[in-house]
Design a protein around this ligand. Structure first.
Ligand SMILES: C[S@@+](CC[C@H](N)C(=O)[O-])C[C@H]1O[C@@H](n2cnc3c(N)ncnc32)[C@H](O)[C@@H]1O
Length: 300
């Protein structure tokens, strides 16, 4: 565990990855490096990828000796380019790949990154600070229909229509630039009049809109869909892909990709049903509550 991020399903993921001494592993979502550290401790070599420059900086500070000993290679990039990144780093044939998708606690807890409805900050939400599109661009440019589609599809938000309507009205007066300004609009759409809201109410009304925006800004579903077929090609015979997802649409992408691999006789699904955190983990880390872990093993 570290201050940057509390890893989810850590023990289960590492056991299922079946780490071999000097085996090669790709951590496609480095974050605070919890899964990477466990692979290194089990004798594996790791290529760690993250979109977020801050994750790379954190791991650089914390893994100096593994980096020096060439047990750990770090690269800033998008796992949708995993084949190219692996080739550039001579990690073409690997024994395992882990995806622990979504956001890190560090990203959520940094107000200035704009991921959180609990902290005021610019409406940014980019995991990669070089990304051209911020959440404020989507909020101020998308049509009412596109906002509705975004909040209902990615956020499964019941009030998507009213919220989209209120956003278009509010931005007609002044562009929405901060997380607090967006929260105010959502509050209005929910008909809440009180000036201050408890964190519980803030979460209840805005969690889905913030999540949908984040997923759209970072093209999260598209990246996962593009990456998995490349991942299967990178695996050695007997190698495994382990995925941890936090949203039903992400889990659906993994499930269907794995079924497709099985249909193509590329290997077998190890987890007939996804593995989920036990009660103790959920009690200790609320963010783990929606996690689902799936594993595929390559056989040819
Ligand atoms: C849940 S955290 C990973 C935590 C990590 N497994 C740990 O134990 O500390 C997810 C990380 O994936 C990164 N990420 C999300 N989408 C990505 C993508 N398409 N390519 C590379 N990194 C991505 C995020 O920036 C974030 O740091």
């Amino acid at each position: 565990m570290n201050d940057y991020h509390v890893s989810v399903l850590l023990k289960e993921a590492i056991e299922l990855l079946q780490v071999k001494k000097n085996g090669k592993y790709i951590d496609a979502t480095l974050g605070g490096g919890g899964h990477t550290r466990a692979v290194l401790e089990n004798g594996g070599l790791v290529l760690g990828i993250d979109l977020d420059q801050e994750a790379l900086y954190f791991i650089n500070q914390n893994q100096i000796s593994n980096i020096k000993n060439q047990k750990l290679i770090l690269t800033q990039g998008n796992f949708k380019d995993i084949a190219r990144i692996a080739r550039l780093n001579r990690f073409e044939k690997v024994d395992g790949i882990i995806y622990d998708v979504g956001v890190s606690s560090h990203q959520i807890d940094s107000g200035e990154r704009g991921f959180s409805y609990l902290k005021n900050g610019p409406l940014d939400m980019r995991m990669d600070k070089e990304n051209a599109v911020k959440a404020s661009d989507l909020i101020n440019i998308l049509t009412k229909g596109d906002l509705y589609e975004l909040f209902s599809r990615l956020g499964q938000e019941r009030r998507a229509r009213v919220i989209s309507d209120r956003i278009v009205r509010a931005r007609g007066i002044k562009a929405i630039q901060t997380t607090e300004e967006l929260l105010e609009v959502i509050k209005d759409a929910y008909g809440l009049k009180t000036k201050t809201l408890s964190p519980f109410i803030k979460a209840a009304i805005s969690k889905r809109v913030f999540q949908a925006l984040r997923m759209a800004v970072n093209s999260e579903l598209e990246n996962l869909k593009e990456s998995l077929p490349q991942a299967i090609d990178l695996l050695e015979k007997g190698g495994r892909i382990v995925t941890i997802t936090f949203h039903s649409l992400e889990d659906r992408i993994v499930k269907h990709s794995f079924l497709e691999f099985e249909k193509n006789k590329q290997g077998k699904i190890i987890t007939k049903k996804p593995m989920i955190p036990n009660e103790e983990e959920i009690r200790n880390n609320r963010r783990s509550a929606s996690a689902k872990l799936r594993v595929f093993e390559k056989l040819i």
